[in-house]
Design a binder for this molecule. Structure first.
Ligand SMILES: C[S@@+](CC[C@H](N)C(=O)[O-])C[C@H]1O[C@@H](n2cnc3c(N)ncnc32)[C@H](O)[C@@H]1O
Length: 372
């Protein structure tokens, strides 16, 4: 299997996960009307490797794009590898680096090879024969470099799967330049202190997403998924989501609530005036106080239905009044076999369940109903 060959990537930051065309298609179809007349930038995308480039090049005319720009990062840890845009999607190892930082700008896709249809062969023809479509970048293609920022300024919308390790910086730059975006990120990002305020202030939300928040990516890394989850040639990543700031229908849809509140099933927190809801689908329909819900609730978030208040840890950006964990709670927690680096000085959500067991829930978002 090709991805096992790549020892070169082992010690590097793990950023090489290539998105499948089918996943891009599944998300992008919800934004079809948005793209008309827009300049699309894919700025973490080697056009010869990236299915983002492929998707927008193939759909250039049907989406009515004004321009497509893609830039490639030179110092990729898999610089000796190449996926192929025009052939089978496999990771292969090349003898020497062919990867130079370059950009591709396309303002039209016509029937270049005159075979009676406009398809990927025309894009290939265009790249090979129109010298000004593909040009070398001066620097390394880092999305933060001055020349890439100049391209960002030209763009209306940025669509890509950026490096996971630089997600905060990546989003901060999009926000700074006031760009529309549809990007892939990890669900952990929801409670990054730089990201949560954007969700809370309705400057960013989740897209339609991956089934079960699990994505399969083309990647040079070893796949540790159990065999029933393994897909040959792909790597399984759980907790992947699309983040966007483009309005979509989903975010105006009310979540259907069918459970009713009872204190046994929804224990009160010891350190906060609110109740714990273990599963998003069980949010009670008749509770109007603050509720702690799992992060995956964000997939259902409709700002007209619920207000986002904060998340499980007290942070200087989002202070909702979680108090320090009491000593006796921590003692009970440890006595019951609870582990983790908790101290009584921590402002954490915690509760006693209906059997009197001390519990510290994993990662909660605090929400409150808006409509009565
Ligand atoms: C998660 S991969 C996704 C690649 C591609 N967007 C896709 O979805 O198929 C992120 C890509 O960003 C590249 N990258 C890493 N650091 C970067 C930087 N500072 N600027 C631009 N690209 C970078 C990585 O080399 C990697 O190819």
């Amino acid at each position: 299997m090709a991805n096992k060959k790549l020892a070169v990537a082992k010690d590097a930051k793990k950023d090489e996960f290539y998105t499948q065309l089918s996943d891009i298609e599944r998300e992008a179809r919800h934004y079809r009307n948005f793209f008309k007349g827009k300049v699309v930038l894919c700025n973490c995308d080697d056009p010869f490797e990236s299915n983002f480039f492929k998707y927008f090049a193939l759909n250039f005319n049907s989406l009515g794009l004004k321009k497509l720009i893609a830039t490639c990062y030179a110092t990729s840890p898999i610089i000796y590898t190449q996926l192929t845009l025009f052939g089978n999607e496999v990771v292969t190892v090349k003898e020497e680096s062919t990867k130079k930082p370059y950009k591709i700008e396309i303002s039209e896709v016509t029937d270049e090879n005159q075979d009676g249809r406009v398809d990927l062969a025309d894009v290939e023809y265009l790249l090979k024969n129109h010298k000004n479509a593909l040009t070398l970048l001066q620097y390394d293609g880092d999305f933060r470099s001055a020349e890439c920022i100049e391209l960002l300024k030209q763009a209306d919308v940025v669509v890509t799967n950026p490096p996971f390790s630089l997600f905060k910086e990546y989003v901060a730059q999009l926000v700074e330049y006031e760009k529309s975006f549809i990007i892939i990120g990890n669900q952990n990002a929801i409670t990054y202190k730089e990201i949560f305020p954007l969700l809370k202030d309705n400057k960013m939300w989740l897209g339609y997403g991956f089934k079960g928040n699990v994505g399969f990516f083309l990647s040079p890394y070893e796949d540790y998924a159990v065999s029933s989850h393994h897909k040959e040639g792909l790597i399984r990543i759980s907790g992947v989501m699309w983040f966007t700031n483009i309005d979509i229908e989903k975010r105006h849809e009310d979540m259907i609530l069918f459970k009713t509140y009872n204190p046994d099933e929804y224990p009160k927190y010891e350190t906060f005036d609110g109740i714990d809801v273990r599963e998003t689908q069980n949010i009670p329909c008749d509770y109007y106080g603050v509720m702690g819900v799992p992060k995956t609730y964000m997939n259902k978030y409709n700002p007209e239905q619920f207000e986002l208040l904060g998340y499980e840890r007290e942070d200087e950006n989002i202070q909702v009044g979680i108090s320090n964990m009491p000593e006796e709670f921590l003692q009970a927690y440890r006595t019951q076999g609870g582990t983790g680096h908790y101290t009584k000085g921590m402002k954490m959500l915690c509760y006693y369940d209906k059997d009197g067991k001390a519990k510290i829930p994993f990662s909660r978002i605090l929400i409150k109903r808006k409509q009565v």
